[in-house]
Design a protein around this ligand. Structure first.
Ligand code: GDG
Length: 451
């Protein structure tokens, strides 16, 4: 069957060095599928090369663009997607701006996507829609498809409890939009259950993981998305990266290197993590001079005010920690506000003794998986509010809001003997192997075909 992937963004971005894979979980997971299938990728925006597949893509893949006027883009993307759905689904209710104009632009943009998909769709093609930007699309497609269209949808962020989702004045329309799909996938059981309860609340009959919509059913399934294990397996073995990692560890000038890697986003808990680290240095003075935290924050959504404000706050706390703890012979914290190549990231992963991955909420969190898969004897400290925590049972789980708890667990992770760390990692790697990104897409699409 032919395949059409629809996502807000194309899986590449243009840099002075040419096209590079976009930063973000979505691109990481779907690029391998795109390369393996004869498919069309539909995304918003102007494509500099006139819609031709970039040279870096393998196979006969086509890219189709949905042009969205600037003002509408602001309302659809900067507004409804990133200032309504994103904060609400991550339980940041006070950041949710319920503006009707945002919703209207969201509706218009979703219609434009539908137009484009209907233009390129051929009988037999499956359509695989990605994420919260396009909740209305499945219904628009279902209503207008000239034949039987198979539609799958994957929701990459948390689906919140029904009580929270119902805050949205447009909640019912969004759920109806999504229910145009044959198969709806989530990362965890919790999100799937939340969605089913939300649909039931709006009056849709729900039974055994399915929702009745008129004379058809929409199936709801859990398909946790993992990483490209082939690629990260190679990075874990690469001797050159090993050498670089030893150099990096040396540069840290401390016995133990602690690592955080995130997009600079308030959901990722970077600020709270820095405060927890500060608490750790206060409460466990024996570690002063012996540990160093490297925090990588990748620039993200810099056009949204809340993200610029977060950057300011993070800069401030970084400055305070350095002001209070820095010594001539010890740098307790290094903060990198930039984007790295995947090889460079792997170097950080391999150098780190502990990864401190403490989002306040996260659909899954692929960084946690990448670290555990690449490290050979490190410890993963992971937020129990990330979707990944439902799958990675052998991580050191923490409540990211509990600064004392994070400090205590960090101390414990640092004191855990190598044998136990390796044992935990071995189990984690087996679990991550089973979540491989390519097999995720294959499993989802097979289930869609059977739907
Ligand atoms: C959304 C959901 C869900 C980061 N910095 C650099 C870089 N990255 C890569 C990481 C990882 C990806 O970006 C981040 O993925 P996450 O899953 O951690 O987070 P989101 O971007 O928020 O993704 C999330 C995901 O979708 C998938 O469904 O897990 O919950 O929010 O792969 O390695 N990559 C490079 N340079 C960087 O500086 N090359």
């Amino acid at each position: 069957m032919g395949l059409i992937i629809v996502a807000n963004r194309a899986p590449f971005r243009l840099t002075p060095e040419g096209l590079v894979p976009a930063v973000g979980g979505l691109a990481t997971a779907l690029l391998p599928v795109l390369e393996a299938k004869e498919g069309v990728w539909v995304a918003a925006g102007e494509w500099k090369e006139g819609g031709k597949a970039p040279a870096t893509l393998k196979g006969p893949v086509r890219l189709e663009q949905v042009p969205i006027p600037e003002r509408e883009w602001q309302g659809y993307y900067g507004g409804f997607s990133n200032r309504v759905l994103w904060p609400l689904c991550h339980y940041f209710l006070e950041r949710t701006e319920l503006k009707r104009e945002f919703y209207q632009d969201y509706l218009r943009a979703n219609r434009r996507f539908a137009e484009k998909v209907l233009q390129v769709w051929r009988e037999g093609d499956a359509v695989f829609v990605q994420d919260y930007h396009l909740l209305l699309l499945p219904r628009f497609l279902r209503e207008r498809a000239p034949g039987r269209m198979r539609i799958g949808f994957f929701y990459h962020i948390p689906w919140p409890s029904s009580g929270v989702f119902r805050i949205l004045p447009w909640g019912r329309a969004l759920v109806e939009g999504l229910l145009g799909a044959d198969l709806i996938g989530f990362h965890t059981q919790e999100y799937a259950e939340n969605f089913l309860r939300t649909a039931a609340h709006y009056g849709f009959p729900v039974e055994e993981g399915r929702v009745r919509v008129g004379d058809r059913w929409a199936r709801v399934e859990v398909h946790p998305l993992g990483i490209d294990t082939g690629r990260f397996g190679e990075l874990a073995q690469d001797p050159h990266i090993g050498l670089q990692a030893r150099g990096l560890k040396h540069l840290a000038g401390a016995d133990r290197l602690i690592l955080g890697v995130d997009r600079l986003d308030y959901t990722k808990g970077i600020l709270e993590r820095l405060l927890a680290y500060e608490r750790f240095l206060q409460s466990y003075p024996q570690w002063r001079g012996r540990v160093s935290l490297f925090q990588i924050a990748t620039p993200s959504r810099t056009g949204v005010g809340a993200y610029r404000e977060l950057k300011r706050l993070v800069d401030e706390v970084v400055g305070r920690i350095l002001g209070n703890f820095l010594r001539e012979d010890w740098v307790p914290l290094r903060y990198f506000y930039q984007t790295y190549t995947q090889e460079e990231l792997a170097t950080f992963y391999r150098a780190a003794d502990v990864a401190l991955i403490t989002p306040l909420r996260d659909g899954m969190n692929l960084v946690a998986l990448e670290y555990a898969y690449t490290s050979d004897s490190g410890a993963l400290v992971l937020s129990n509010l990330a979707g990944a925590a439902e799958h990675l049972k052998e991580a050191f789980l923490v409540n990211p809001y509990d600064l004392d708890g994070v400090a205590r667990t960090l101390d414990r992770a640092l004191r855990t003997p190598e044998g136990e760390r390796r044992e935990r990692l071995a189990r984690l790697k087996r679990r991550i192997q089973a979540l491989d990104a390519k097999s995720w897409a294959e499993r989802f699409l097979a289930s869609l075909e059977a739907a």
